[in-house]
Design a protein around this ligand. Structure first.
Ligand code: KG4
Ligand code: ZN
Length: 333
């Protein structure tokens, strides 16, 4: 079964062809980094315009690289939400048009479910049940997946997403956009113990996250000590990254232990971060938990993850009608 996946929820235009729900035949990601970099963040209006310009060539490229024609496909999966409405509309419109002309079954995929399904593209996919930490630019949430296609929200951020905090702190430090990879690179030369940033604790002991405190602390520090030397920027980067990693790892492992879940999935753009990958792997090993992390390229936005999740939904008999529409606030449940 060949499924074409289309992803355009934020600032990457992506298309992929996945065979049998797990073999990537092609995965094309057209990044809009250069479009948004001068503004220090994603400009929604520019994002949807750029999607419009490149989505057809991106899909054609994915089909060509996979060596398949539209007639060789068995289904089309598209990100329905959550995301920027103008961006989502571009992918949904093209997916619907393709489904209409080819008569292929169509399915709408939740972007967060796509991130979770990226773990199924690894040689050893996770078995159910598992606990998934989805850390991206728009979301930071822990989901319990008791069985295929079933999700229960365990905890989430009460303010900023972890990726958003990386992006904002990178901007404060003048490291540019996107901030996550820039902070990770800069942190290599810094001391993670140089700055004692606050570790957010929930007074109600909930497995929720909060990153506004550390963002504010970083902002005050930068304002107080400006102009920062290159060494100071590296120290702030390293300390910020270490603190965010500590918060993410601690909450995730605690929630898994509390629920008696033995398997973890780490995914989403921030999961490309090596310090986070290593810290969670070390902690998981210590606690005897099994950890599944997609390769960095499958952690950040891509369409292969949408195709895999879509393949699972199509196999379960799910079909979207042609009046399916973008849902910017779609929740995963
Ligand atoms: O999943 P994603 O590609 O898009 C969304 O669904 O939001 O995640 C993008 C986020 C951005 O905030 C970016 O700065 C962050 O993931 N990110 C990273 C790294 N690579 C991407 N954060 C920390 N370290 C990285 N290496
Ligand atoms: Zn994403």
């Amino acid at each position: 079964m060949n499924v074409l996946g289309i992803e355009s929820s934020c600032d990457e235009t992506a298309a992929a062809v996945v065979a049998d729900g797990r073999r990537i035949l092609s995965s094309v990601v057209a990044s809009q980094e250069l479009v948004h970099a001068p503004y220090g963040g994603v400009v929604p209006e520019l994002a949807s315009r750029r999607h419009l310009e490149v989505i057809v060539p991106v899909v054609e490229d994915a089909l060509a690289r996979a060596g398949v024609k539209l007639g060789d496909l068995d289904g089309i999966a598209v990100t329905q939400g959550p995301g920027l409405v103008g961006s989502l509309l571009v992918g949904c419109s093209l997916a619907k048009a393709l489904a209409w002309v080819t008569g292929l079954p169509l399915v709408g995929v939740n972007h967060l479910e796509g991130h979770i399904f990226a773990a199924f593209l690894a040689p050893l996919p996770p078995e159910y049940p598992f606990l998934a930490l989805v850390v991206s630019g728009g979301h930071t949430a822990l989901y319990h997946a008791p069985a295929p296609l079933r999700y229960e929200l365990v905890g989430q951020t009460r303010d900023d997403a972890a990726g958003e905090a990386f992006d904002k702190v990178a901007k404060l430090l003048g490291l540019g956009y996107p901030g996550g990879p820039a902070i990770e690179r800069t942190a290599r030369a810094g001391n993670p113990a140089a700055v004692a940033f606050p570790l957010a604790q929930m007074t109600d002991q909930a497995p929720d996250f909060s990153f506004s405190g550390i963002k504010t602390a970083a902002s005050l520090l930068v304002r107080r000590t400006a102009p920062l030397s290159a060494a100071a920027v590296a120290d702030v980067s390293a300390s910020f990254q270490a603190t965010v990693v500590k918060m993410l790892v601690r909450k995730t492992v605690r929630a898994a232990v509390r629920r008696g879940v033995r398997r973890l999935v780490l995914t989403g753009g921030v999961a490309a971060n090596q310090a986070l990958r290593e810290a969670l792997a070390a902690e998981a090993q210590e606690r005897g938990l099994e950890l599944h992390v997609p390769t960095p390229g499958l952690c950040t936005d891509n369409a292969a993850m949408i195709a895999v999740a879509g393949a699972a939904r199509l196999a379960a008999g799910e079909r979207a009608s042609l009046d399916m529409n973008a849902r910017p606030d779609l929740v995963l449940a």
